[in-house]
Design a protein around this ligand. Structure first.
Ligand SMILES: Nc1ncnc2c1ncn2[C@@H]1O[C@H](COP(=O)(O)OP(=O)(O)O)[C@@H](O)[C@H]1O
Ligand SMILES: [Mg+2]
Length: 282
């Protein structure tokens, strides 16, 4: 196995909004190639502000953003290259979607990359298959449901074939089916060798999905590492104002301390509970 490669690093980043709101203060954060990373924290902690620094939508007042170990630049040519490698999906799809049809929306990014008509059509076709959007291709995106709009917004970014995909609260407002579909899409994207970073305040979602996790509190990352370790650290979770993952809390309350059996999601939790029930019945 090859050594883990740091794709992006954020070092000592501060960000102030006009009016003197200090949204980030001394943020350190690392994105490892090929690992699902969840950025967790309560509302207002600074998650969106940090994510917008990762493809140059915001520029830090102080500190460094490194891409492949080298400091980024905000020159137009660099930003272009940076944004083709790092795609950003806004929390609210209405901030991102603007074309008249779903197909046009998906074609916009590849067209902007300067691809020819054949290549653009190929990208649109591939992404529509990937995200199950064929039936919607001629529909105006603004008329779609939230879950559909979110899929279109993701498709528009995925069509640019970025190696790192950043999604700001992608599950916010989605129903159970929408969340399940989104997670399946993200898992397909990971299988293509991409790196995915998402922000959320849903600890259970993060526990089931993430390889790595970072906890955000009041404008700073207070813990980062393997999700299994970070999300089961009671002190750090409390410091970030987050509850413990339910699957972990149930096992803990039942006194199961064999970490190998700790379930990471609802299905695994149910399997564990029925095994425990059978064991107790013996
Ligand atoms: N455009 C803005 N202008 C001024 N303050 C902002 C703006 N966007 C966010 N903030 C403030 O910055 C802080 C961090 O916000 P944000 O990054 O949106 O947090 P999160 O995504 O974790 O909910 C909050 O105090 C918020 O009120
Ligand atoms: Mg946010």
């Amino acid at each position: 196995m090859s050594l883990p490669r740091t794709l992006m690093a954020v070092k000592g980043v501060d960000h102030d909004y006009p009016g003197g709101v200090e949204a980030l203060s001394g943020v350190d954060f690392t994105i490892t190639h090929g690992r699902n990373l969840a950025l967790l924290g309560p509302n207002g902690a600074g998650k969106s502000t940090l994510l917008m620094h990762l493809n140059g939508l915001l520029r830090p007042r102080r500190g460094a953003i490194l891409l492949d170990g080298k400091p980024v630049s905000y020159r137009r040519s660099f930003l272009r290259e940076w944004r083709s490698r790092v795609g950003f999906v806004f929390q609210n799809p209405d901030e991102q979607i603007f074309a008249a049809t779903v197909a046009d929306e998906i074609a916009y990014g590849p067209a902007n990359l300067g691809l020819n008509a054949g290549e653009i059509a190929q990208r649109v076709e591939t992404v529509m298959n990937q995200l199950d959007l064929h039936a919607l291709s001629h529909r105006p995106p603004h008329m779609l449901s939230l879950g559909q709009k979110k899929r279109v917004a993701i498709a528009g970014v995925v069509a640019m074939n970025p190696e790192l995909l950043i999604l700001d609260e992608p599950t916010a407002g989605l129903d159970h089916k929408g969340v399940t579909k989104l997670l399946a899409i993200l898992s397909d994207i990971k299988a293509l060798g991409k790196t995915v970073v998402l922000s959320t305040h849903d600890v259970d979602l993060a526990y089931g999905w993430a390889d790595d996790a970072a906890l955000f509190s009041q404008g700073a990352v207070i813990a980062q590492g393997e999700a299994e370790t970070v999300l089961t650290d009671g002190e750090q979770m409390a410091a970030a104002g987050l509850p413990m993952p339910v699957a972990w809390a149930v096992m803990n309350a039942l006194g199961v301390d064999d970490r190998v059996t700790i379930p990471r999601n609802r299905e695994q939790l149910m399997v564990c509970c029925s095994r425990l029930k059978d064991r107790d019945a013996l």
